[in-house]
Design a protein around this ligand. Structure first.
Ligand code: GDP
Length: 444
């Protein structure tokens, strides 16, 4: 396997479709196109109608072909795209013809994007953004992935990294060439820049893990006493029979989770075992898991049994945290005096049976999650990998600020820049020297 090979792959999904797209990238891209179409003259990036034939001259398909000459292509190499009819036999025949052309082989998973990265077309965060865009299932994931693919996160980190490299260059110049004619106060300027960067890094981390949640999904946990109607509510929310509903208390012994789209956010709603001091071992284990899941939740929904209202389960009250949404279920039974108040907090009457109040609950879940994790126009980390890198950068900046010796400070700045370089996939030590030589007339 070599990066000089010309690779090809089906870029569209598998299965029957109107159109399928085959992508070819590498030095033999033009030759491959010529072999299949008999044509050698192309207008870059313009679709051409072509007749595809295999090397024996057999007609394979009438298709569209596009030619993206290097370097203005997705991978940065010569790229050709064939838009063929999306039948399985057509795809198989064209792929077989391509594999018989010298210098061509089928691509490994992610190989086109890998080449785009290696050729500097995308940084690592953009590569992740592309993967997220293809995987996006909700509108928030879609928006976030697109923003990342456009480079919002990468350019933030790369901007910081460039500033660090510049500060480092100034500092090292002041150390190495102390006798030369350097501007006054270089070290002081550098310290000011480090303080400014550290504040920006801290602000970015303070945005929290909302971006990660948008990508991975928010966790909403239903808690409440047995028979309150948690399973019924989950089914109502999911619009399908996802959890077992039973009139005998204590049937939900494990945690049932259903993934859903609430207001454009990917949300995992978990139904937990009823919270009560369980009789059997299995129930106790269920309650333990329920508590654990509730502790991890982005939002807890406390479900009270309206059939026994206004009696309220004492154990449940202890578990309702400040952010929990409190519901009193079974409003269809009547007898609720609104407004409902539980432990001094407003509660909402709903009926899992009739659906009363459910639309409002869905809107409220979306609004609360959105509020808690909204970063406004600011871009937040979308993976733990970014968070760890930015944290490492922040720690190195703090140490640089505390350093008295310029050498120590420079070393920490190097560590801070390297941490950011790892996030975007760029670590270049020569850059410091380049910056020194471009900004100071040292070889005078
Ligand atoms: P869980 O133990 O909290 O998960 O409760 P379930 O969802 O299993 O429901 C317990 C019982 O309450 C079942 O018999 C349900 O049919 C009933 N139930 C659930 N929601 C409602 C509701 O909104 N109204 C009425 N009348 N009964 C309900």
């Amino acid at each position: 396997m070599s990066a000089d090979d010309t690779i090809f792959a089906l870029a569209s999904g598998t299965g029957r479709a109107g159109i399928a797209v085959i992508r070819i990238s590498g030095p033999c891209g033009g030759a491959a196109l010529a072999a299949l179409t008999g044509r050698t003259a192309w207008v870059p990036r313009r679709a051409m109608r072509v007749c595809l034939r295999d090397p024996q001259g057999e007609h394979l398909d009438d298709a569209l072909a596009l030619w993206f000459p290097a370097p203005a292509s997705f991978t940065g190499e010569n790229v050709a795209e064939l838009h063929i009819h999306g039948g399985r036999a057509v795809i198989a025949a064209v792929m077989a013809a391509l594999s018989r052309i010298a210098g061509l082989r089928s691509a490994e998973p992610g190989e086109f994007t890998r080449r785009a990265f290696l050729n500097g077309k995308l940084d690592l965060t953009q590569v992740e953004g592309l993967a997220d865009l293809v995987a996006a299932e909700t509108s928030a994931q879609h928006r976030q992935a697109l923003r990342q693919l456009e480079g919002a996160l990468g350019s933030l980190y790369e901007g910081w990294r460039r500033r660090l490299v510049a500060a480092m260059a100034h500092l090292e110049a002041s150390m190495d060439f102390a006798d030369e004619d350097l501007p006054e106060g270089v070290e002081q300027q550098c310290r000011e820049e480090v303080a400014a960067l550290r504040a920006e890094v801290a602000g970015h981390l303070a945005l929290g893990s909302g971006g990660e949640r948008i990508r991975e999904g928010f966790l909403v946990v239903l808690i409440g006493p047995p028979n309150a109607g948690k399973s019924s509510l989950l089914n109502r929310l999911a619009g399908r029979e996802a959890a077992i509903v039973d009139a005998v208390p204590g049937t939900t012994r494990d945690v049932v989770e259903v993934a859903m789209d609430i207001g454009g956010l990917a949300v995992l709603v978990a139904d937990t075992a009823g919270l009560r001091s369980g009789r059997g071992r299995v129930e106790q284990e269920g309650v333990r898991r329920a508590r654990q899941r509730a502790a991890e939740a982005d939002l807890c929904i406390a479900v009270l049994d309206g059939a026994i209202w206004p009696a309220v389960d004492g154990d449940l009250l202890k578990l309702i945290d400040g952010d929990a949404l409190i519901l009193v279920n079974k409003s269809d039974l009547g007898g609720f005096d609104e407004p409902l108040v539980v432990a001094g907090r407003a509660a909402t009457a709903v009926s899992a049976k009739t659906g009363e109040g459910i639309a409002g609950v869905v809107a409220e879940i979306g609004a609360r999650l959105g509020r808690r994790f909204a970063a406004g126009d600011a871009v937040a980390t979308t993976r733990l990998r970014h968070r760890h890198g930015v944290e490492a950068c922040g720690s190195a900046l703090s140490r640089a600020e505390a350093a008295t010796a310029a050498e120590v400070m420079a070393e920490e700045l190097r560590a801070a820049a390297a941490a950011l370089g790892r996030i975007v996939g760029r670590v270049d030590v020569e850059e410091v020297l380049a910056a020194v030589f471009s900004e100071f007339c040292i070889g005078k």
